[in-house]
Every structure is written in structure tokens, then in C-alpha cells.
Write a protein that binds this ligand. Structure first.
Ligand code: BES
Ligand code: MN
Ligand code: MN
Length: 456
């Protein structure tokens, strides 16, 4: 066993204890009442960076939640890896569906159950503790910097500005991120594409107050009926998005590349079964993998209004609301899509109601090159630790700051994630298998090794 692996073996119980402490702080970025938790978590991350071997670490203010930075410069001549992660998490609701408290991590069936167990506290810990193992055994052949933010789950509103102001501080040869998935522990993969995103609040207003649905029903437009009508017009019967011009910038992917992507091991029956669905549904002419990997999508994330208590209340509501998001593919510009969407909604707005659309956040997609040093190093590292050469995959998820890193800092990102699609991120009972955590700890130090060798 290498000294690095021996170090990990000796300290892995403590790694878990430290991770559990971090997970116990409910750093939910979307909820203003958790502001204090955000600061507490940022400070905890700073202390962890220092105790793990960073020479310096800092909690830095932004217009929103603080950013944590840190570094260990071993030798100016060595290449520099910048590790990005996020300490914020999604809300835990609906709470009643959790088997154990989302902020009291618990191990069951070899998995850590908690909000943030995977996304992204658990995954960030793989980076942090790989760094520790390398630093404490004097095996670092590169410089390491950290950038850990607290607003990823709300679209990273403050981070672009922070990057613009801190280019020198963040200077690096590559950005390394563990915040994505593997196809499986027996199917290692490297994410080479992320989708972009746009997100909107829609508010439909009908009469100036809730009305008796008998006295007024049939004569006054019902905002919920009208909202449903409007949403129904956004996607056609071939499951294509109907917004004029929406597909204009979507890059055509030729047969060769589609065949290449289709080689990734994917069992569509197992996928449907694991989700409890009879059949996958999406854009005509594309496979399940393509529908999330290379094609855009539109989903209503929430819809409410009127009466939803027990029993029946005869009411014609005054208001209806929906949250709508679109996943974009690389080369689609979110700002262009905002305009197309707002104009289109205006043009199909049902009669008798007012419709307001408010963009919440957006970000571009990302594709990373397969012929880069970082991809080669990641591929070699995974081949060694998994015993199987990884395949490149395109993920349907988004990490908007990744494209901004390239635009602002001019640095590319390598996405080396160790989660699984079954980890239930953003869902009740989020979990992270210990096996994935340990496999990550075995793999990331190898990435450092190959990356510095290939850069050398
Ligand atoms: N880590 C995820 C994104 C992800 C997960 C990418 C798995 C690929 C595979 C990230 O924390 C996330 O949830 N991003 C949000 C972005 C949004 C809030 C701007 C998303 O994709 O919904
Ligand atoms: Mn994440
Ligand atoms: Mn997330």
C-alpha cells in the first residue's frame, strides 16, 4: 500500500466524523432564515482547509453568502490545481419523507443519509481529504487552491463578480470539481458536458379576490385553469419546446458523435424500474441518455394556488403560480432564451388574466475537451483505481459557474464526480455510499500524480 493510501486508511474514521459535523449545519442557501448557518458553515470549511494542510485560508465576503478560499503553494514552478465545490445545500422538504433527520447524518446499508451527504459536502470532502493525504505525506507535486462557495444551489449569483475581482488569487492550470455522477462503480465515467439552465417565477392574476365558484364560475377566467392552459402550450405532442427560435442555437450532433455517446453502458429498463416509471417520455427521435445529455428540456418545478387543504372548498382563486425551468445545451445563451420565453408567454397569454414572468437565475452549459491533459490524467487515474477505463458522458445537470470560470478566468474545468444517480440529491433521503467516498479518495490522489507528471 502506498503511504497515501495508508494515511487514508489510518484516518478515515476521523474523515467521516469531520464530514458529519459539516453536514449537521443546515446551510440551505435558498432560505434567508439560514443566513447564520451559511456563515457558520463557511467558517467550518475554513478551519477544515487549515487543519487539512492549507497554508492559508480565508472567509471572504460577497454580496451574498461568503466564499471560502485557501491554498498550499509548494513550488511556484509546479502546476496549480484549483478545487471548486459548494457548501450550500438544497432545502430538505418534504421532511416527512425522510427516514432520518436530514441534518443528523446516519449510516444505513453502507450509505450516509443526509442533505448534502453527496451534493456537495460529501463530494467536496473527497477533494479535501485527498489533498490532506497528499499534503501530510509530503506527496504534493503541485500547488493547490480552494474556492468553496455558498450559493451554487441558487445559481451562484455572487461568484462571477468575485472571480472578476480575484483573478490573480484564483490563477490555476485547471479547476477540479467533484459535484457530478458516475454511471456506476462498475461503470466509471467522466462528465464532459453539463446543461445550462434558466428559471422563472410565473404569476397569473384573475379577479381581485377569491370568488365563490358557483356565483362566478363560468363567467370569470380562473387563473389556475389559465395557467394550466399556458403551460400546456409550451411543449407540443412530440415533446418539443414550442418557443419560436428556441432551438436556433442548439448544435447539430452528427451520427458519429451520437454513436460515440451511445457506447456508454446504460440500461434503460433498469433506469425505468429504478424510477418506478413504465416508460421514459421525452423528445421524439432521441434516446433517454440523449434527452438529458444533448437536448434541452422544460419542466414545471412547482405549481400552486387556490385551495389545497383537506376536503372541498368551492373557490375561484384570484391567483395562480408556477416555477418553470429550462435545461439548455451548450451554445444556447440563457439571456437570449429569457427574451424568447418572455415574449412567447406574452403572445400566448390567455384572455381574462394578467401574466407576470420573472427570471430567477440562469447559467450556460459546458463541454470539456477530451484531448486535454486533465482528461487524460482523470482517465488514467480512474482506470487505475476502478480497473476499467472510464467513458465520457454528458450530464443533464447544471453547474453554471463552470462556464463562467472559463469566460472570466480562462481556466477549464475537469468534472471528476463520484456520486450516483441513485443518491437522491435534491430529494428526500439523499445519500452517499461509503464505497463511492472511499473510491474517490483512492482516485483523486492518482489524478494529482498523473496531472503533474503530464504537465511536467
Ligand atoms: N451538483 C449539482 C449538479 C449536477 C449533479 C451535475 C449531478 C451533474 C450531475 C448541482 O449542485 C446542482 O444541483 N445544480 C443545480 C444548478 C441550479 C440551481 C443553478 C441544478 O442542476 O439544478
Ligand atoms: Mn452540487
Ligand atoms: Mn445540487
Amino acid at each position: 500500500m502506498s503511504t497515501i493510501n495508508a494515511y487514508i486508511e489510518t484516518h478515515k474514521e476521523r474523515f467521516l466524523e469531520e464530514l458529519f459535523q459539516l453536514i449537521s449545519i443546515p446551510s440551505i442557501s435558498s432560505d434567508p432564515k439560514h443566513k447564520e448557518s451559511m456563515v457558520k458553515t463557511a467558517n467550518a470549511v475554513k478551519e477544515l482547509l487549515l487543519s487539512s494542510g492549507a497554508d492559508s485560508a480565508e472567509v471572504r465576503q460577497t454580496a451574498g453568502n461568503p466564499v471560502v478560499t485557501g491554498e498550499k503553494i509548494v513550488d511556484e514552478k509546479y502546476p496549480t490545481i484549483l478545487i471548486y465545490g459548494h457548501y450550500d445545500v438544497q432545502p430538505a422538504e418534504p421532511l416527512e419523507l425522510w427516514v432520518s433527520d436530514p441534518f443528523k447524518p446516519e449510516i444505513r446499508d453502507g450509505k450516509i443519509f443526509a442533505r448534502g451527504a453527496d451534493d456537495d459536502k460529501g463530494q467536496f470532502f473527497i477533494q479535501l481529504k485527498s489533498f490532506e493525504a497528499l499534503a501530510k505525506t509530503n506527496n504534493l507535486k503541485c500547488n493547490v487552491k480552494f474556492l468553496i462557495e455558498g450559493e451554487e444551489e441558487i445559481g451562484s449569483p455572487s461568484l462571477p463578480e468575485f472571480c472578476k475581482k480575484n483573478k490573480e488569487l484564483l490563477k490555476a492550470d485547471i479547476i477540479l470539481v467533484s459535484d457530478t455522477t458516475l454511471l456506476g462503480l462498475d461503470k466509471p465515467s467522466i462528465t464532459v458536458g453539463l446543461r445550462g439552465i434558466t428559471y422563472y417565477d410565473i404569476e397569473v392574476t384573475g379577479p381581485n379576490r377569491d370568488l365563490h365558484s358557483g356565483l362566478f364560475g363560468g363567467a370569470v377566467a380562473n387563473p389556475i385553469n389559465k395557467l394550466a392552459e399556458l403551460i400546456n402550450k409550451l411543449i407540443d405532442d412530440k415533446n418539443r419546446i414550442t418557443i419560436p427560435g428556441f432551438y436556433d442555437d442548439v448544435l447539430f450532433i452528427d451520427e458519429t458523435e451520437r454513436n460515440e455517446l451511445a457506447r456508454a453502458p446504460f440500461d434503460v429498463d433498469a433506469y425505468n424500474k429504478s424510477l418506478g416509471i413504465p416508460i421514459g417520455v421525452g423528445e421524439d427521435g432521441y434516446t433517454t441518455m440523449e434527452r438529458t445529455g444533448i437536448r434541452p428540456s422544460l419542466d414545471v418545478c412547482g405549481i400552486w394556488g387556490g385551495f389545497s387543504g383537506d376536503g372541498a372548498k368551492t373557490v375561484l382563486p384570484s391567483k395562480a403560480y408556477a416555477k418553470v425551468s429550462m435545461r439548455l445545451v451548450p451554445n444556447q445563451d440563457p439571456i437570449t432564451i429569457d427574451k424568447l420565453f418572455i415574449d412567447y408567454v406574452e403572445s400566448i397569454k390567455p384572455k381574462g388574466v394578467q401574466v407576470k414572468v420573472a427570471p430567477l437565475h440562469s447559467g450556460k452549459g459546458y463541454v470539456s475537451p477530451l484531448d486535454s491533459v486533465a482528461y487524460k490524467a482523470a482517465s488514467l487515474a480512474m482506470e487505475k483505481s476502478f480497473g476499467i477505463k472510464p467513458v465520457p458522458t454528458r450530464s443533464g445537470g447544471s453547474i453554471p459557474i463552470v462556464s463562467a470560470f472559463e469566460e472570466i478566468l480562462g481556466i477549464k474545468t475537469i468534472l471528476m464526480g463520484f456520486g450516483l444517480e441513485s443518491d437522491a440529491i435534491h430529494s428526500p433521503n439523499e445519500n452517499f455510499p461509503l464505497e463511492n467516498f472511499y473510491k474517490g479518495l483512492e482516485t483523486v490522489p492518482l489524478f494529482y500524480k498523473y496531472f503533474s507528471e503530464l504537465m511536467g
